[in-house]
Design a binder for this molecule. Structure first.
Ligand code: IDP
Ligand code: MG
Length: 139
């Protein structure tokens, strides 16, 4: 089922560097409405489950370590064509390849510490939103 929502995390590196406000400003200015949002920290079990699809990749242990080392901002966002438009707004996984003006180009350091997550499909947006939020926390 196509939806108009996506899920994002401002990752530990972005929070550590004080970029929450600037990134949320860019998200709002790009036409996304915040449906749900919180500052939270993933446990090792949470991160292993969230990124289970990458469990066989060589960077998996580092990814789990990174994503659990400090708080993140988890949020659900709404806009027409949300999943695709948000992926465009954040830019390529590797900030070195990300287009000018994208969030990863502006705020990310490396392919591993790349500031922000964006769901890659409507199905995963729904799964990832439900991973972090109950129905009562989404508006
Ligand atoms: P995406 O976040 O752009 O969807 P994915 O391929 O789904 O990229 O990878 C999930 C996360 O795993 C990335 O955002 C990044 O933090 C990390 N990652 C992906 N590829 C690499 C890599 O080659 N080396 C180190 N970390 C990586
Ligand atoms: Mg992905």
């Amino acid at each position: 089922m196509a939806t108009n929502r996506t899920f994002t995390m401002l990752k530990p590196d972005a929070v550590e560097k004080g970029h929450i406000g600037a990134i949320l400003e860019k998200i709002s200015a790009s036409g996304f409405r915040i449906v749900a949002m919180k500052l939270t920290q993933m446990t090792t079990k949470d991160a292993q489950a969230f990124y289970a699809i990458h469990s066989e990749r060589p960077f998996f242990a580092d990814l789990v370590e990174y994503m659990t080392r400090g708080p993140i901002v988890a949020a659900v966002l709404e806009k027409d064509n949300a999943v695709e438009d948000f992926r465009t707004l954040i830019g390529a996984t590797n900030p070195a390849d990300a287009a000018e003006g994208t969030i990863r180009k502006m705020f990310a350091e490396s392919i591993s510490e790349n500031a922000v997550h964006g769901s890659d499909s409507d199905e995963n947006a729904a799964i990832e939103s439900a991973f972090h939020f109950s129905g009562r926390e989404m508006f």
